[in-house]
Design a protein around this ligand. Structure first.
Ligand code: ATP
Ligand code: MG
Length: 441
């Protein structure tokens, strides 16, 4: 029997991890300057955290990994998204009582959805997302979009577009829902099974249907914008004005309703226009939600958030030829000239590591030639040669690979000698005037 990962899941192997670290580092930098703090919630929650009332979304109805353990009646669900868990936590810990509102949070972690696996769609994937809870202002909507937009721009992505729409407030949405029901009433019997369910539960979601998307009845459907009351219109206009002020390009998409049921006012998707992304082109998406904090037992407070698919972001970067992070090299490799000196080699490696140099040695008693192949493969910057003669004389031989410069020093002087060699190397490697090194006149 052979063992394999479950369908729709994948391992992230050590030779790919530099991409993830590069993304995670940049995420932390961006959230730091925007003053968003990380929140970590459990990977599973009580099922009713995600399955709330009459939710018509596919994610809640078809894609959840829900389980009950033997001898237990508690139904648990692996999180398919983070917003519900974050709001649950915000209410459970009474974070609405903190002096500084809104609370600005971000998260990074795996989500699980039972979907048909394809390019850009898997059953365990990672999201970076933000949630800002406790204030409602159009410019906050703009701020969250700006965070995501500047993050993807900093990575170098260019083929991106913001699609934006408004779902208005409750009153506007009620009027629109009634109009949609009337519009679809005589055709609903011929529409797909999901649409029939949506018609009853939340007719807005019919507009998100991928099956009947091209049909005439869909194209002639009433538009949200014709049902917005003055307040909702004004809110949306301020969001657009904020995006204009920050120079963020957008397109109004009046068919955009988003996959989750809890949105009000602003909804948006940031999509990659690169052809290689195929149908899975949405990199991040989100919107404002008004009823969730109250639903979980807190006061009436509004929130806004989005989530970004990290695997999709990596695909978008690859499609645009953007390299993420660097495959790392090794500073120092201690070359053992004889297995009899391996304990001393270990002491030397430890001393180099303690001084902050990324260092390694051979643990397989390989030949000098084989050890040197590792030096080549790993892009080592300097080797320390250690044989019986060196050990007897309490010396080491240090060789800088770039220019083959070689020096013999006492072991006590090894670190200061390495410091000198590495310092010299950065000065000597850089293009003068185009670097941060100190250049002597
Ligand atoms: P889609 O319409 O593609 O199914 P969604 O509306 O279900 O997307 P959200 O719940 O808003 O997506 O999730 C936010 C982001 O997470 C998506 O824009 C996408 O980048 C990513 N994402 C969602 N589902 C998956 C998945 N199964 N595999 C990989 N990434 C995903
Ligand atoms: Mg989905």
């Amino acid at each position: 029997m052979s063992y394999q990962v479950p369908r729709g899941t994948q391992d992230i192997l050590p030779d790919q991890i530099h991409k993830w670290h590069a993304l995670e580092d940049l995420i932390r930098q961006f959230c730091y300057v925007y003053d968003y703090k990380e929140i970590r919630t459990p990977i599973f929650e009580h099922t009713n955290v995600f399955k709330r009332g009459n939710d018509a979304s596919d994610m809640v109805n078809k894609e959840m990994y829900t389980f009950t353990l033997e001898n237990s009646s508690t139904s648990l669900t692996l999180r398919p998204e983070m917003t519900a868990g974050v709001v649950r936590s915000y209410v459970e810990h009474k974070l609405y009582g903190e002096a500084d509102q809104p609370l600005k949070m971000y998260y990074v972690g795996p989500m699980c959805r039972h979907e048909r696996p394809q390019k850009g769609r898997s059953r365990i994937f990672h999201q970076f997302g933000v949630e800002v809870i406790g204030a409602k202002h159009p410019l906050l909507d703009v701020e969250t979009i700006a965070l995501g937009w500047s993050f993807v721009s900093a990575l170098g992505l260019k083929d991106m577009k913001v699609l934006i729409n408004t779902l208005g407030d409750d009153a506007s949405r009620d009027a629109y829902r009634a109009a949609l029901k009337q519009h679809f009433a005589k055709d609903i019997d011929h529409m797909c099974a999901d649409c029939k369910r949506r018609y009853e539960q939340n007719p807005l979601r019919i507009l998100d249907c991928k099956v009947d998307k091209e049909s005439a009845i869909m194209k002639t459907a009433p538009k949200m914008k014709d049902y917005l009351n003055e307040e909702s219109k004004a809110y949306f206009e301020q969001v657009l004005a904020g995006l204009d002020a920050l120079g963020i390009p957008y397109e109004i998409d009046d068919q955009l309703v988003r996959g989750l049921d809890y949105y009000t006012h602003t909804v948006f998707e940031v999509v990659s226009l690169n052809k290689e992304m195929g149908a899975q082109s949405t990199v991040f998406a989100g919107g404002r939600y008004d009823g969730m904090v109250k639903y979980f037992g807190g006061p009436q407070m509004s929130g806004i958030g989005w989530a970004l698919g990290m695997e999709r972001l990596i695909l978008a970067c690859e499609a645009e030829g953007i390299a993420l992070g660097e495959t790392e090299s090794l500073d120092i490799y201690v070359l053992c000239l004889s297995p009899s000196v391996s304990v001393q080699a270990l002491q030397i490696v430890s001393a180099c590591r303690a001084a902050g140099y990324k260092s390694d040695m051979d643990y397989q008693e390989r030949s000098f030639k084989a050890q040197f192949k590792t030096v080549d493969r790993k892009g080592v910057k300097a080797v320390i040669l250690l044989g019986e003669d060196e050990v007897k004389a309490n010396m080491v031989t240090i060789k800088r690979i770039a220019d083959q410069k070689q020096v013999q020093v006492k072991q006590e002087e090894m670190i200061s000698c390495l410091d000198g060699l590495f310092q010299e190397e950065t000065t000597y490697d850089c293009k003068e005037g185009n670097c941060t090194c100190h250049h002597e006149e």
